[in-house]
Design a binder for this molecule. Structure first.
Ligand code: NDP
Ligand code: MG
Length: 380
């Protein structure tokens, strides 16, 4: 059945793979948004003919408007334009924006009563309480796109009573520096950190995978998505990225979702849920892999996982601060301004020093994120 979809962050890694799914399923595209990528957006507009497109960057939006003036697509600009696209009535809105910039559009999707397919994990890390409460109030199920959370969501499909679930187990690839010790990470280059063994992803999440902050963010994401206590979420390193995550039930039976590492499976499942339809993704051949391995994470070397665990255990504004500090430090590393190991040091200090509030509003979250970003900038 043809569906109408909007893709926020359509020019990125997840966004373009989502458009592959759209191509295969013949869905109609209502709106597309990005930050500043004029050429990619122009190509997408010509191919998908959306009614609306938005770029956050005003100058880029102006350029785009001139370039596509021969099309019927209305060009919007700024974060208001993105939120307007998020609010248009669609069958599904996929949020694949990178970073906490995705929070406001997520809120717009939910306020408009649209179904939300969520790749933007920073939305839940930053504003998990506000977002999940709003989704509940609106009666909207958030459909996870992150592969681990999709795996858990899929492994929960046969579960009639959530109180039967004992533990969630998130798998982690371990990133490019698996097996290395902290002393070996000091002189890591940006190029080395961007060389992920299993997944091809945007630059920010690839660095987060190298520091394993990504798994810390995913732990917090799982807490909010599945209403699970952090202590009941474990992490195992699984180098092959075939077992995408697991659910342990009260009888110690464990159900997992497996597949080749290809994000088009979780993207498609979020857009077709509760149905499954054929996909061009390669079949899984377990005998081609032969061996699947499972290791304990090295929390000494990849300390950011436990920084995130402590932040979500403490709750309040700490997870938002961890995320904001990481976004700033991750960018500074990519720009060559700090060493790889400083990312962890800066995020750890920001979380320790940040002010805390257990009862908070969206405006408190914005203030806390600004404080954490400014803190990291001041140390660079
Ligand atoms: P990319 O960097 O590849 O793409 C990000 C998209 O967001 C682009 O369309 C970009 O536009 C847009 N964007 C960037 N900054 C802003 C902003 N300030 N406001 C609005 N839009 C913005 O990221 P990924 O696709 O890799 O990741 C997207 C999200 O999905 C992240 O939260 C990530 O953690 C999550 N995710 C990604 C996976 C992957 O395989 N890539 C796997 C699991 C989760 P422009 O091109 O103009 O800059
Ligand atoms: Mg993931």
């Amino acid at each position: 059945m043809s569906k109408v979809v909007t893709i926020l962050g359509s020019t990125g890694s997840i966004g373009t793979q989502a458009l592959d799914v759209v191509d295969m399923q013949g869905y109609e595209v209502l709106a597309l948004t990005a930050n500043s990528c004029v050429d990619k957006m122009e190509n997408q507009i010509r191919k998908y003919k959306p009614k609306y497109a938005a770029l956050v960057d005003e100058k880029a939006a102006g350029e785009l408007k001139v370039k596509v003036s021969d099309t019927g697509t209305k060009i919007l600009s700024g974060m208001d334009g993105v939120c307007e696209c998020a609010s248009l009535s669609a069958d599904y809105v996929l949020n694949s924006i990178v970073g906490m910039a995705g929070l406001e559009p997520t809120i717009s999707v939910l306020n408009a009563g649209n179904k939300l397919a969520l790749a933007n994990k920073e939305t839940l890390v930053t504003g998990g309480k506000i977002v999940t409460e709003l989704a509940k109030e609106k009666g909207i199920k958030i459909l996870p796109v992150d592969s681990e959370h999709s795996a858990i969501f899929q492994s929960l499909q046969g579960c009639r009573n959530f109180s039967e679930v004992k533990r969630l187990i998130l798998t982690a690839s371990g990133g490019p520096f698996f097996g290395k010790k902290k002393s070996e990470l000091a002189d890591i280059t940006v190029e080395q950190a961007l060389n992920h063994p299993n997944w091809s992803m945007g630059a920010k999440i690839t660095i987060d995978s190298a520091t394993m902050m990504n798994k810390g963010l995913e732990l917090i994401e799982a807490v909010w998505l599945f209403d699970m206590k952090p202590d009941n979420i474990d992490i195992v390193v699984h180098r092959q990225s075939v077992v995408h995550s697991l659910v342990e039930y009260c009888d110690n039976s464990v159900i997992a979702q497996l597949g080749v590492p290809d994000m088009r499976i979780p993207i498609q499942y979020a857009l077709t849920y509760p149905d499954r339809i054929p996909s061009p993704v390669k079949q899984l051949s377990l005998t081609d892999y032969g061996t699947l391995t499972f290791d304990k994470p090295d929390y000494e070397t990849f300390g950011l996982i436990n920084v995130c665990r402590a932040a979500i255990n403490e709750g309040g504004l700490k997870p938002a601060c961890a995320n904001a500090a990481n976004e700033e430090a991750n960018l500074a590393f990519r720009q060559g301004k700090i060493k790889f190991t400083q990312i962890e040091e800066l995020v750890r200090s920001a979380v320790e020093l940040a002010c805390q509030k257990s009862d908070y509003t969206l405006s408190d979250i914005h203030d806390a994120c600004k404080w954490a970003s400014d803190f990291v900038k001041s140390k660079i």
